[in-house]
Design a protein around this ligand. Sequence first.
Ligand SMILES: *[C@@H]1O[C@H](CO)[C@@H](O)[C@H](O)[C@H]1NC(C)=O
Ligand SMILES: *[C@@H]1O[C@H](CO)[C@@H](O)[C@H](O)[C@H]1NC(C)=O
Ligand SMILES: *[C@@H]1O[C@H](CO)[C@@H](O)[C@H](O)[C@H]1NC(C)=O
Ligand SMILES: *[C@@H]1O[C@H](CO)[C@@H](O)[C@H](O)[C@H]1NC(C)=O
Ligand SMILES: *[C@@H]1O[C@H](CO)[C@@H](O)[C@H](O)[C@H]1NC(C)=O
Length: 792
Amino acid sequence: MKGNQLFFLFCSFFIVSFLDETRAAQAGNSNGVYIVYMGAAASTNGLLRDDHVDLMNSVLRRKFLMIYLTPLQGAAWYYDSTKGNALVRTYRHGFSGFAARVSEEEARSIAQKPGVVSVFPDPLLQLHTTRSWDFLKYQTSLEVDSKPNSDSESSSPGSDTIIGILDTGIWPESESFNDEGMGEIPSRWKGLCMKADDFSSSNCNRKLIGARFYNNTDSSTPEWYTPRDMVGHGTHVASTAAGSTVATASFYGLATGTAKGGFPGSRIAIYKVCSTNGCRGSAILAAFEDAITDGVDVLSLSLGSPSILRPNLMSDPIAIGAFHAVESGITVVCSAGNDGPSSTTVVNTAPWILTVAASTIDRDFQSNLVLGGNKVIKGEGINFSPLQKSPVYPLINAEAAKKSGANEVGVRNCDPGSMDKDLIKGKIVICNHDDGADDYSLNRKIDGVKGLGGTGIAFIDDQSRAVAYTYGAFPATVITTKDAEEILSYINSTRGPTYDTRNILKARILDLRSPMLVFYCRAHACLANMVVLQPDISAPGVDILAAWIGNDTSAAPQGKEPPLFNVISGTSMACPHVSGIAATVKSRNFAWSPSAIRSAIMTTATQTNNLKAPITTDSGSIATPYDYGAGEVTTSGPLQPGLVYETSTLDYLNYLCYSGHDISAIEAIAKTIPSDFACPNDSNADYISNINYPSIAISKFNGKPSKNVSRTVTNVAGDGETVYSVSVDAPSGVNVEVVPDELRFTKNNEKLSYQVTFSSLSVSPMKEDAFGSITWTNGKYRVRSPFVLSVR
Ligand SMILES: *[C@@H]1O[C@H](CO)[C@@H](O)[C@H](O)[C@H]1NC(C)=O
Ligand SMILES: *[C@@H]1O[C@H](CO)[C@@H](O)[C@H](O)[C@H]1NC(C)=O
Ligand SMILES: *[C@@H]1O[C@H](CO)[C@@H](O)[C@H](O)[C@H]1NC(C)=O
Ligand SMILES: *[C@@H]1O[C@H](CO)[C@@H](O)[C@H](O)[C@H]1NC(C)=O
Ligand SMILES: *[C@@H]1O[C@H](CO)[C@@H](O)[C@H](O)[C@H]1NC(C)=O
């Protein structure tokens, strides 16, 4: 074979496998399984619908070989081992459908069958923590203050609530799940504590009342065959939502503090749908179904589709499962995803989901750089450097260590291959992080500098500066661009610049800026659609200390036992704070609908930080509803909201009409649907702006003509007769008129409506999106709705 032929073969081989991989990635790491979603369950007795049975039979018939045995034994269906077990799961309680191993062609043909709403490849979803597990793990000794921007937290227990958590499982031995002082498990609980080799029924108690795992789609690893957490994420999230109070969360003798979850009075049920590799859609749907029949009150999901995939609603297992859960009265709280300013969308945006963004808490981990002359540059990061003894090291800008022939961008970003060993050796190296490489590459850069004999590393990265990461035993810190300029000019002006490492080991914890938003979207870039504002709310998600798996030796300093608590960051950590609060609201107001609970949480949010200044983003600009929805969640406000905005199933169905679903699909999805329901002929964005949501979003607004929306509030204060008056915070140049401007309630649970008209005061069309709010007050309660007027 000639060389060029070989080359050609090699190339085409490469292209083919690349295409396959791309396709697999698009399908969300295909496992060959398709989910067939058939809408609401026909009945609650668990029997399959006829169309469901027929369809499943037709799938099975094609997949099984029928072999006749002796006449006495009759016919038997035999498993076709070449195709694998075709039927993976059936869904029949919470909703209807199944998951099966079928070909793409078969999937397409199933999608045409009557009764089928959608057919889509079983996706692999991701957990919403930032960076790699190893990168995030470090130990500390803080007081665990997982309370969001709190007012007074009331601790009296209400009725029993159960928080279901879809995640990586749980480490039941953690002190956070002790059940001391908890009463009998509520009799309505129908869930299970599934057994496994490393998990017995005695691992469940009055705190951890349920534990299920879902193992039959990616069943190759033992990790799927137990409710036990082998990652840490699920344990962390569960203890944040509802962990019991742990009085001495001491770490390696450094300090002691008290750890407790958002609502320590709540029970926990864990649904293990994720492993180290991600979370299977078919398992997520099965968990939703189980949670609905088990009797949970709140579901907490710190996971979602990668934002690049952006599945449509009926191919998104979370949107589907959540719809049915909400219809059954369960509040579903999800993380908004971690994709920062460079990405395009919030995930988990369906209007029946309570979507949570992440903010910082009043905690800052500083690893400062001290320049000669004792000039201190604030850096962020935690490390366990052994360098204490020698106080002074030379400082070098990586750019100055360029190896001949190396690439400029590479060297300024501390690409290991681009730097000259002799120049790096023994020095603290200043590196950029603007080469578009992902965050994981920080580890590689650290290893590179270390490999060349460098002493330490300071990354210039404004985005990472907001979040403390661990850098293991190597001295590393993250500084801002502004501070970097100062250092670089210092290097320029100083001979033999030095770096005092004495501070680098001490992650000092400062009470500073709280809250500040991170993992957010810039302006409208993140809005999946302009008609319902997302995210709904923000909550602490940065540097959150909570329970950890008990055998994570990789997280322990040399010679120490594994940590019992760990600090990690992400919208994953923000979500369970809100789940805990939703459970508290539910416990005090057991009859409230999920939308009433969401409204209570949103309309009582705060927009100011602990210094009484407006909440900012990590770049210092004042946050907008695009960043934090209604604002930062408060703990006591949602217990007494005064008025709530109740969003009906009908509103959600109208949203589905707007999203392009036809009436037959919508009829199949909804358990109860008014017989005269029809998608409105003019199901446009303005129509959806009118669904009774606690926030208002208007698209294509340029001021002329004016746009109107109406809203309806329910008086839930229990005070009977009361009068609310409106106040409007209008953006400049926009006239906001509310009619009527007074709402006179005569009794509890009364509903009253109002209309808002937005118009421009200026002749020229609006060029930029504008924000404001509408607040109803009766002297006792403040009920605030943010609004967004988008020019797009
Ligand atoms: C999961 O795997 C275990 C062990 O193989 C098996 O006993 C169990 O039936 C499986 N469960 C499901 C739901 O498939
Ligand atoms: C440092 O000096 C070099 C060469 O004189 C100059 O190009 C560079 O802009 C200076 N950098 C700073 C940050 O002052
Ligand atoms: C932790 O314990 C689990 C369950 O006993 C085990 O399967 C896992 O391999 C252990 N992990 C480590 C890192 O030792
Ligand atoms: C929608 O349009 C159809 C035909 O144009 C009409 O018969 C029907 O009444 C309209 N429905 C509504 C809700 O406006
Ligand atoms: C908006 O509402 C006001 C007050 O009810 C009404 O007068 C006006 O006609 C409405 N405008 C539009 C565009 O619907």
